[in-house]
Design a protein around this ligand. Structure first.
Ligand SMILES: CCCCCCCCCCCCCCCCCC(=O)NCCO
Length: 591
């Protein structure tokens, strides 16, 4: 038996022998040398990385200086940046406003907002020339003529690197604008700033080692959400009126909800994704999309029209020929709309349930029929929807992401994906057995960590996923629904300290990515003290899972923050989706 005495005597024998002593010493020195070498190599590579970041930030600063000098020449025009795209467009077309003065007003405002919440990565100095060119034009017919448009950093802009905060892409200059940016330009839009994102876009945060953290314009202790967080924050802060974001699991919708603005996640295949950072483009089960965001509803519609215009279709002929259908959007007949406030996975706090119920009343006021659509109960349980989503999102067990991040600093939000990928799947399989299904969020995450042991298993899973999608659509048809309204997120905007932990709570958004249905966000209400009192009362609301408890903590002092609602329609029915959003706006008295 190994007692301390035994060990001591073995050690004594070992060190008493000269050759063993030399051998042990050599081994120890070798190990020390190796350790020192790797530590030196790691710190040298981190120093190189810091230099690379700092050089890139200097370039962004240079661009800021150029732009600041340009807009400083024009007098301050706060009232221009406050106006909707529709009202600006009218004056740009009748010549009361020039594209250059509108651009300068938005640049000034965007810089002002950026000082407080760090939402732009850099401005686009070439916007100055573009605005001047537009001012020389006799033909002012574009849908976005002279309107400044902000663009998420991961959307390609010719002459810039699109990094998503990843070291691997710094200084990789792209040679063509994304199709959506080209479409914006064809319609006379003026891309003017690039907005911040979380590292890799694979989270609902908005922080990366290169451009650092963006804060929520409504409350700087909170996150603007992600991944189109810089966009949401800039729009919510008033520094832009329309912008481009992307979404594979809620990235257009969570930031819109958290920042009190509007967005539309289109059906994958409706708007061209050519020219987006290709991080998850190989995932054909859950497809990433690019879509519009707006400070107000009409501005959102304006950009939606441009992004679904014949001009966009001409730029990407691989898409089905479905130009924006004005007739469908303008229809006024009575709609049958389903609603739900629990998806079977993430329990909504009282403020978020109330938002849906107020949206329901608003739509009823406009003459529409609202019916409960309790799909989790009707389909057995909704747990599979979240489970399908996460498992398919990391079907490679995060290996691709881990490889891209090999020489990078890794943000907390994606550390789980990167570090869990080196742990064998059987460990998670065992853990899942031990933990069970009671904590729904833990169970979903553990499923994701297990991944697939063969392509055969993966194909089988995708096959089941397709059947689940069919069953959902059938249920929708059985209920004769035109659309559905539901929460965007289960709580008000989240504190920045915990935003990296909410991945498995964003199930209301992920649902429509799994289904590939269009879904838009409308801000409906603001959190009240009464909502918070109800949330804190265990007789009214009980948080079930560890993460729901965390969210509840995070909602303290959230009074006054915006809460939105999602409106969804069947695939390729973006116009109907926007129509429901319009009806909701009317019912809420905003139009
Ligand atoms: C061994 C594998 C470890 C995985 C553990 C962690 C599970 C993560 C589950 C999946 C995460 C999915 C996050 C999706 C966020 C999407 C945000 C978004 O919409 N981004 C836009 C991209 O254009």
């Amino acid at each position: 038996m190994m007692t301390p005495q035994n060990i001591a005597s073995v050690l004594e024998i070992l060190v008493s022998d000269r050759r063993t002593r030399i051998g042990l010493l050599s081994l120890a020195s070798l190990w020390l040398f190796r350790y020192a070498f790797y530590s030196w190599r790691k710190s040298a590579s981190m120093r190189r990385l810091d230099q690379k970041h700092s050089k890139r930030r200097q370039l962004a600063q240079k661009r800021k200086d150029i732009v600041r000098e340009n807009f400083s020449k024009t007098r301050s025009a706060e009232n221009i940046a406050n106006r909707s795209a529709e009202s600006l467009l009218a004056d740009l077309k009748n010549g009361k406003l020039s594209a250059l003065e509108v651009l300068h007003a938005f640049q000034r405002k965007a810089f002002e907002v950026n000082e407080k919440i760090n939402c732009i990565t850099e401005p686009l100095p070439e916007a100055e020339e573009r605005a001047k060119e537009l001012d020389q034009k006799a033909d002012k017919s574009g849908l976005l003529f002279g309107i400044p448009v902000s663009v998420k950093e991961s959307v390609n802009i010719k002459g810039y690197d699109c990094t998503a905060g990843l070291e691997a892409f710094i200084d990789e200059i792209v040679d063509e604008d994304a199709v959506t940016v080209q479409a914006v330009k064809r319609h006379g839009g003026v891309p003017f700033v690039r907005t911040n994102v979380p590292q890799s876009l694979f989270s609902y945060c908005c922080s990366n080692p290169l451009y650092r953290e963006t804060l929520n314009p409504q409350d700087v202790s909170r996150s603007p959400g992600g991944s189109s967080g810089g966009e949401g924050a800039l729009l919510g802060g008033g520094g832009s009126v329309v912008g481009l974001g992307t979404d594979i699991g809620g990235s257009l919708r969570v930031p819109a909800d958290f920042c009190g603005v509007y967005s539309l996640k289109p059906t994958a295949g409706r708007i061209s994704t050519k020219g987006l950072l290709r991080l998850s483009s190989g995932n054909l089960a859950i497809r990433g999309v690019v879509g519009p965001m707006g400070r107000d509803f009409k501005s959102l519609v304006l950009l939606s029209r441009a992004l679904m215009s014949p001009e966009m279709l001409e730029l990407d002929p691989s898409l089905p020929h479905l130009p924006f259908n004005e007739k469908e959007f303008e229809k006024t007949d009575r709609l049958r709309i389903g609603y739900f406030t629990f998806d079977g996975v993430s329990k909504c706090q009282p403020s978020n349930v109330r938002a849906v119920m107020e949206a329901k009343s608003a739509l009823e006021k406009e003459g529409h029929e609202l019916v409960p659509f309790d799909f989790p109960t009707l389909m057995g349980r909704a747990y599979p929807s979240a489970d399908y989503f996460v498992r398919l999102m990391v079907a490679d067990r995060g290996l691709r992401l881990a490889k891209i991040l090999e020489n990078d600093r890794v943000e907390p939000a994606i550390q789980t994906v990167v570090y869990a990928s080196v742990i064998p799947a059987w460990v998670f399989r065992l853990l899942k057995k031990l933990v069970g299904d009671e904590d729904r969020h833990k169970a979903v995450m553990l499923s994701a960590c297990i991944g697939f042991s063969s392509i055969d298993e993966y194909f089988g899973h995708v096959g089941d996923f397709l059947l689940w999608k069919e069953a959902f659509t059938q249920l929708w048809r059985d209920h004769k629904l035109d659309a559905v309204i539901c929460p965007v997120f289960p709580s008000p905007p989240v504190l920045k300290e915990i935003i990296h932990r909410v991945t498995s709570l964003s199930t209301y958004c992920q649902l429509y990515n799994s289904l590939n249905y269009p879904a838009g966000v409308v801000p409906v209400t603001k959190v009240t003290q009464e909502d918070l009192d109800k949330a804190a009362d265990p007789n009214v609301f009980s948080a079930d899972t560890v993460l729901e408890k965390l969210l509840l903590e995070s909602s303290r002092n959230a009074q006054g923050l915006s809460v939105g609602v999602q409106c969804a329609a069947l695939p390729f029915q973006e116009e109907k989706c926007l129509r429901v959003m319009r009806e909701l706006e009317k019912g809420l008295g905003k139009m």
